[in-house]
Design a protein around this ligand. Structure first.
Ligand SMILES: [Zn+2]
Ligand SMILES: [Zn+2]
Length: 349
């Protein structure tokens, strides 16, 4: 089969690889019907994910049809349409029992990182009963495509932010994760959503689709000027909740600055460099920081919101490429050609 493989030295290539087979009884094999490229794939390509193994098929955001299941898989059978969680988790360890599946003692982020991922024709998914979310008949593959990764991240970030009805919510980054975060935050009836991004097209997208009420472009502005703009929009206080989904060199500082005292600051972004937490400067602001990688569990609830038409991620799809042209898709996604938000990979032709 065809698969997109990175070599650990910043090079990716479309190669012929053997079709995966079941290894453990709890494995399943999925025929990939739609996959996408995630910014985390670019992080791996650039060598910014130390645990990523070379000669691995990239990709962890996908949907498909179950082809084969091991004897330990009880909830799914061949023919089922499924959205696949970007994280592998056992459901039984100390962390899983508390919903903290990102730190599962027997899993974590494996697919497309330490084991072969989904940018291929077929993929082996471990612990399939936990990894799969059934796609209802009325939901298309593309409508379910982002469930297991960026939509899960948006949902997780918005929930961590403790948004109350009427809250002002600032979301830093109007890229794919920022936009799904705004979509999920919107369901919690905030007073206003403020989107911050240096990309004018992405801000426009957030406003045009009703995901944000106020757009702030920090380009050419100092951190204190951006802070003042957010304060102006929030009764002079700063945002009640901040979700930092950008991960650039200035956005961590922006996140704690635009938060009001006693706010929750959620950091769902992934940085390529260390960030500074200037405790003397923020002393007395009494902020609550929540950071990390998505605990992508409980996705049946999110799938139900998709089915009910309350979450629609269609606006994220910028262009479709067959697996044959995945290298073009990487180039367009990385360069944000034609304001590319998400490049969707369709099956090999
Ligand atoms: Zn991802
Ligand atoms: Zn576990």
């Amino acid at each position: 089969m065809k698969a997109l493989v990175h070599d650990g030295h910043r090079t990716i290539a479309l190669l012929d690889r053997p079709r995966p087979h079941l290894i453990d009884p709890t494995d399943a094999i999925v025929r990939v019907t739609r996959s996408t490229i995630c910014t985390s794939d670019l992080h791996i390509m650039r060598g910014a994910v130390p645990r990523a193994l070379p000669d691995t098929v990239l990709g962890h955001e996908f949907v498909g049809v179950v082809e084969e299941v091991g004897p330990g898989v009880t909830r799914f059978s061949p023919g089922d349409r499924v959205a696949v969680n970007c994280e592998t988790f056992c459901g039984e360890c100390f962390f899983c029992k508390r919903g903290w599946v990102n730190n599962c003692e027997h899993g974590g982020w494996l697919l497309g990182c330490t084991i072969d991922g989904c940018q291929a024709e077929y993929v082996r998914v471990p612990l399939a009963d936990n990894a799969f979310t059934r796609i209802p008949e009325r939901v298309s593959d593309e409508d379910a495509l982002f469930l297991g990764d960026i939509l899960a991240t948006g949902w997780w970030g918005a929930r961590l932010a403790e948004i109350e009805p009427g809250s002002s919510v600032a979301v830093i980054g109007a890229g794919p994760v920022g936009l799904t975060t705004m979509m999920c935050a919107r369901l919690m009836n905030p007073g206003s959503i403020i989107a911050l991004d240096v990309d004018e097209a992405r801000l426009r997208c957030a406003i045009d689709h009703g995901l944000a009420d106020i757009a702030i472009n920090p380009t050419g502005k100092s951190q204190t000027e951006v802070e003042a703009l957010v304060r102006e929009a929030t009764h002079g206080r700063g945002a009640d909740a901040v979700i930092e989904a950008a991960g650039s060199s200035t956005t961590f500082e922006a996140a704690w600055r635009i938060a009001r005292p006693n706010a929750v600051v959620v950091v769902s972004a992934m940085y390529e460099q260390d960030q500074v937490l200037p405790l003397p400067q923020m002393y007395g602001k009494n902020l609550i920081f929540k950071t990390g990688g998505v605990d992508a569990s409980g996705l049946d609830e999110v799938m139900a919101l998709i089915e009910a038409g309350k979450l629609d991620t269609g606006l994220l799809i910028s262009k479709r490429y067959p697996l044959n042209d995945i290298l073009d898709a990487y180039r367009a996604f990385e360069a944000r050609e034609d304001d590319c938000l998400k490049a969707v990979i369709t099956p090999w032709e």
